[in-house]
Design a protein around this ligand. Sequence first.
Ligand code: AMP
Length: 170
Amino acid sequence: MKNIEKYIRNVKDFPKPGIIFKDITPLLADPEAMKMTLEELLKMVPKDVDKVIGIEARGFFFGTLLAEHLNAGFVPVRKPNKLPYQVHSETYDLEYGTDSLEMHIDAIKPGEKVLIHDDVLATGGTAEAVAKLVEKSGGKVVMLNFLIELEFLKGRDKLKNYKISSLLKY
Ligand code: AMP
């Protein structure tokens, strides 16, 4: 049994001083570690899901794999002006300023059960914005799932209304 944690590289001061970036590219580069990670993620998410959302860009990797294994559709949530069709948009606060995320208006149908996936849960602002996008479309968020949770940033406090699962906690 491989230790998944050892495939996460800590990169100091990226993208700015004081941040320790959790780099998942060594994990993506190792087929056995990828397979094991996917198996572990599948154990912690609901089986009855209509759509899996991956958040740009690192949420796309395991998001698509999860969707395929859950027999669900995959929906990308993207940064502004990347999606070609009409979008719902949600703006959220960053440490300095704001950012937005977009999703096609017809990506989630009313009543659909939606699993949201991303690589890292930090302050929770990103995941909260995506949950709001799902709700704008009439979908139900059944779980927020992450590879990595930075517990000291207390992202769960922002996401009290949702079920959350994460594979690696720091
Ligand atoms: P937040 O909205 O603060 O929860 O930030 C989550 C988003 O930022 C995710 O899409 C992550 O990919 C990215 N992120 C935040 N902190 C880190 C980190 N230390 N290492 C890698 N990605 C991060």
